[in-house]
Write a protein that binds this ligand. Structure first.
Ligand code: NAD
Length: 247
């Protein structure tokens, strides 16, 4: 099997780490993107990953900024070759009811979670078309499918991500490039650590499977879309949510 260059934005985060491990397991050349302000933590992260046998590389880039995303992509291409797998996983929350939400809370979430998908994919896509091969996986959320109290910004961004997926999937369908979305439910990561315990208990109570996901549950689904054999699946939105969307 060909070893392909895979860029995972938010690669050092909770889900990103599991995705990096999954793609290392597929023997891809895995590059984890991290925020420029977190370079020290990213170096430590790489050391830990390598000590566990995952030969990851790291690259700095702010996905909310087009020029920074372009430099990140160029750096990966120069060092490792064309990116053939892209997992858009970087994301943030700034939860508040709309009545309390500032323009900054709105803008920051849209800039990272939605514009970030454009900023990175726009810089990767020409290379994929040239290779005649590509796998793009965008990490959305169950809350982009059903909305969530206190998350107008996040729900809007994540719903937008799947609109992006479906449109780009059509543009690239005859070019060997698939574009798909994964919509996780609640996953045990630093992002959900900040949810107060009583709210967490309410959330878990509403999940038919009765627990939050482990990051590896999401990573396995990402890995599935990234395989060569998944060539006939494009424009899909795969929920990985323990049945939450039904409840
Ligand atoms: P996390 O906070 O552990 O990881 C997010 C990563 O994104 C961090 O490493 C962070 O540094 C990085 N990041 C943030 N802003 C960035 C920027 N501007 N440029 C580059 N990197 C940036 O969170 P996670 O739970 O691993 O989330 C990963 C993805 O999964 C996110 O898109 C999130 O919205 C989505 N998601 C998470 C859950 C959940 O329950 N944890 C559920 C559904 C969807």
């Amino acid at each position: 099997m060909t070893k392909r260059v895979a860029l995972i934005t938010g690669g050092t985060g909770g889900i990103g780490t599991a995705v990096c491990q999954e793609l290392c397991g597929q023997d891809q050349l895995v590059v984890a993107g991290f925020l420029p302000s977190e370079s020290e933590q990213a170096e430590t992260w790489r050391g830990t990953m390598r000590s566990k046998g995952h030969a990851v590389e790291i690259v700095s880039g702010d996905v909310s900024n087009f020029d920074s995303s372009r430099s990140m992509v160029r750096e990966v291409e120069t060092k490792h070759g064309p990116i053939e797998i892209l997992v858009n996983c970087a994301g943030i929350t700034r939860d508040k009811t709309l009545r309390k939400m500032s323009p900054d809370d709105w803008q920051a979430v849209i800039d990272t979670n939605l514009n970030g998908v454009f900023n990175v994919t726009r810089n990767v896509v020409d290379g994929m078309i040239e290779s005649g091969y590509g796998r793009v996986v965008n990490i959305s959320s169950v809350n982009g499918q059903k909305g969530q109290f206190g998350q107008t910004n996040y729900s809007a961004a994540k719903a937008g991500v799947h609109g992006f997926t479906m449109a780009l999937a059509q543009e690239l369908a005859n070019k060997g490039v698939t574009v798909n979305t994964i919509s996780p439910g609640y996953v045990d990561t630093p992002m959900t650590d900040v949810i107060p315990e009583d709210i967490k208990n309410q959330i878990v109570g509403a999940i038919p499977i009765g627990d939050v996901a482990d990051p590896s549950d999401i990573a396995r689904a990402v890995g599935f879309f990234c395989q060569e054999q998944a060539a006939y699946i494009t424009g899909a939105n795969l929920p990985v949510n323990g049945g939450l969307y039904m409840s």
